[in-house]
Design a protein around this ligand. Structure first.
Ligand SMILES: *[C@@H]1O[C@H](CO)[C@@H](O)[C@H](O)[C@H]1NC(C)=O
Ligand SMILES: *[C@@H]1O[C@H](CO)[C@@H](O)[C@H](O)[C@H]1NC(C)=O
Ligand SMILES: CC(=O)N[C@H]1CO[C@H](CO)[C@@H](O)[C@@H]1O
Length: 478
C-alpha cells in the first residue's frame, strides 16, 4: 500500500493497529556516528516536538544539553552548558552520565557527581523550571539518599502502572568484590526514593565481569505487556556490552524474582562492523513516531592504552530497534559507520539475507544478516545500485550464471563483468518508495527473488515460485 499523505498515513497506521498487533514501521535513515566524544548518550523527544540530548563529556566536568527538530540535526546543534564542576565538595569531582527527564511540568537531570581527588561518585538531582531546558533556571535538589553511602551512578526513571521508579547502579556493601548492581526503588518525588531499594541484577555472569564486575546504565522501554530493562556490563573497553532484564507489566517490580535476565549479551562488540564496546544506551522514537531508536555509545577501534575512562572517543550512535514476532526486542549488531541499514521484506514476510553459500545456510537468519545498505551508484556505476551486507561491510550481493545469487567481497569483484553482476537496476526508488525490485544490470528482465526456503534466485517476474518485490518497511509488534 502506498501512503500518499500525512492524513492517510495516520489513518492507515491506526487501521493497521486496530486490525492486528502489527504497525508498519519504515526504515530509518540516519548517518552514524551521530556525535563524537559524547558517551552515555540520552535523547528524548519532548511534547514540544524537539529532541533533547545530553551525555558525558570527556573532561567529566560539566552537564551539556543540545536540542534539534530531528535526531540527525543534534549532530550540529549548539551545545549549552547548564552546570559546571564546583571548586569543592560534592560536584567538584567527576560528572558522569546525565539524563534529562520531564516530570510533572518540571525538568530533572539525574547525574552522578564526584568529589575532587576521590573515587566517590553519587547520584544527584537538578530541577529546571522553564519550557526549554537549555534556558531553564536550574536548582540543585542534592544527592539521592539510598540504602547505603556507596559508589552510585547512572540514575534513570520510568513510570509503570502509575508508579514512578528510580533505577540506578550502586556498589552493594555485602558484595565487596563487585563494582555495581542494578537497583530499583519507587520515587516519592523526583529526588527521593520511597522505602528500601532492592537489587534486580548483579554482575554474576562471565560477560558481566571482564575487567570490572559491573552492571550499570539501566534504561527501560515498555512494549507488548513487558517492561524491558537494558543495562551495560564489564569494563568500558571493548568488553563493554549490554544485557536485558524483562518483567511482566503488573508484576511486583520490587521483587527481584519478577525480573528475568538474558544468559548472553544482547548487544556487543562486532569486529566485522568495526564497532567496539557498545553500551550505556537509552531509547527514543523516530521523527514519524513509528520506529523505536536505540541510542548508545561505542568506539571505532578495539584497543586502548591505559584506563578506558581516559580514552575520550566514545561517540553517540543511533539505530533502529527491531521487534521479534514474540514481542521481544531484537538489537542486532552495532551497525557500521555511515547510513543506517534497511531490510528487504518479501510479500511472504521473509527477508532478503546474507549467507555465505557454503554448506547449508539455515533460514531464517538472525536480524544482523538481514540488514543491507544500498550503494548508489552501484559497483558498475551509472544508475545502478549495489546491495552491501551491513553485517559484513564490503560484501555485495551478486548474481551468478545458472540463476543463482551469492555474496562476494568487493575485492573479488575486479572485472567489469563481475562488477556488473553485483549491480542492479532498481525498478522503483529506494528511500521514498515502499516497494523495490532488483533487476540484474547485465541481464534484462531477471530479478532477485526470495524462495520460501530462503534461497535467493534470479528469476523473470512471471515466475511465481519466488518473491521479487521487496518492501523496505519493517513491522513491529505493539
Ligand atoms: C571497580 O572496583 C575496583 C575495586 O574496588 C576498583 O579498583 C575499580 O576502580 C572499579 N572500577 C569501576 C569502573 O568502578
Ligand atoms: C495496576 O495496579 C493496580 C493497583 O494499583 C492493579 O490492580 C492492577 O492489576 C495493575 N495492572 C497492571 C497491568 O499493572
Ligand atoms: C509476488 C510473489 O511472487 N509472491 C509469492 C511469494 O511467495 C509466496 C509463497 O510461495 C507466494 O504465495 C506468493 O505468490
Amino acid at each position: 500500500m502506498r501512503i500518499s499523505s500525512g492524513f492517510f498515513a495516520a489513518v492507515s497506521v491506526l487501521t493497521a493497529w486496530l486490525a492486528a498487533p502489527v504497525l508498519s514501521s519504515p526504515a530509518v535513515s540516519y548517518e552514524n556516528s551521530l556525535i563524537e566524544q559524547r558517551a552515555d548518550p540520552h535523547i528524548i523527544k519532548h511534547t514540544d516536538g524537539w529532541y533533547y540530548f545530553t551525555a558525558t563529556v570527556p573532561a567529566f566536568d560539566r552537564i551539556i544539553l543540545r536540542r534539534a527538530q530531528t535526531i540527525q540535526a543534534l549532530q550540529d546543534a549548539a551545545e549549552t552548558t547548564i552546570w559546571r564542576r564546583k571548586s569543592s565538595g560534592v560536584g567538584s569531582g567527576q560528572v558522569w552520565a546525565p539524563e534529562l527527564h520531564f516530570i510533572d511540568g518540571k525538568w530533572y537531570i539525574y547525574v552522578a557527581l564526584g568529589v575532587a581527588n576521590q573515587w566517590r561518585i553519587r547520584a544527584f538531582v537538578l530541577e529546571g523550571t522553564g519550557n526549554n531546558p537549555l534556558t531553564a533556571s536550574w536548582t540543585e535538589k542534592g544527592l539521592i539518599k539510598t540504602n547505603w553511602d556507596t559508589f552510585s551512578l547512572d540514575a534513570s526513571t520510568f513510570v509503570a502502572n502509575g508508579t514512578r521508579y528510580l533505577i540506578w547502579a550502586q556498589q552493594e556493601p555485602s558484595r565487596p568484590d563487585e563494582n555495581s548492581s542494578i537497583m530499583i526503588a519507587p520515587l516519592q518525588n523526583p529526588w527521593t526514593i520511597r522505602g528500601t531499594a532492592v537489587a534486580i541484577s548483579r554482575p554474576t555472569l562471565s560477560w558481566e565481569r571482564v575487567g570490572y564486575k559491573v552492571n550499570e546504565g539501566p534504561y527501560v522501554i515498555q512494549r507488548n505487556g513487558k517492561i524491558f530493562l537494558t543495562y551495560s556490563a564489564s569494563a568500558t573497553d571493548w568488553n563493554y556490552c549490554m544485557g536485558l532484564l524483562t518483567a511482566t507489566a503488573g508484576s511486583d517490580l520490587m521483587d527481584p524474582a519478577s525480573w528475568s535476565k538474558t544468559r548472553y549479551p544482547v548487544f556487543a562488540s562486532d569486529a566485522k562492523t568495526n564497532q567496539w564496546g557498545p553500551g550505556h544506551n537509552s531509547f527514543t522514537v523516530s521523527e514519524d513516531g513509528l520506529s523505536d531508536i536505540m541510542v548508545y555509545h561505542d568506539r571505532g577501534y578495539r584497543d586502548i592504552n591505559g584506563d578506558p575512562l581516559n580514552d575520550p572517543n566514545r561517540r553517540t550512535r543511533v539505530q533502529k530497534l527491531y521487534w521479534k514476532e514474540d514481542g521481544t526486542p531484537d538489537f542486532g549488531m552495532p551497525v557500521p559507520e555511515g547510513k543506517t541499514p534497511v531490510r528487504l521484506r518479501a510479500e511472504s514476510g521473509a527477508y532478503v539475507w546474507y549467507y555465505t553459500g557454503t554448506g547449508s545456510p539455515i533460514y531464517p537468519p538472525g536480524l544482523a544478516n538481514t540488514l543491507f545498505r544500498f550503494v548508489n551508484p552501484g559497483l558498475a556505476g551509472g544508475s545502478t545500485v549495489s546491495l552491501e551486507s551491513a553485517s559484513n561491510p564490503g560484501v555485495f550481493m551478486r548474481r551468478v550464471d545458472g540463476g543463482g545469487v551469492q555474496f562476494d567481497e568487493s575485492s573479488e569483484l575486479n572485472s567489469a563483468a563481475s562488477k556488473a553482476s553485483a549491480s542492479f537496476n532498481l525498478v522503483s526508488g529506494i528511500e521514498d518508495s515502499q516497494v523495490v525490485q532488483l533487476e540484474a544490470s547485465d541481464l534484462p528482465n531477471q530479478f532477485v527473488g526470495l524462495e520460501d526456503d530462503g534461497t535467493l534466485v534470479m528469476v523473470s517476474t512471471e515466475n511465481t515460485k519466488a518473491n521479487t518485490t521487496f518492501s523496505t518497511n519493517m513491522e513491529r509488534n505493539c
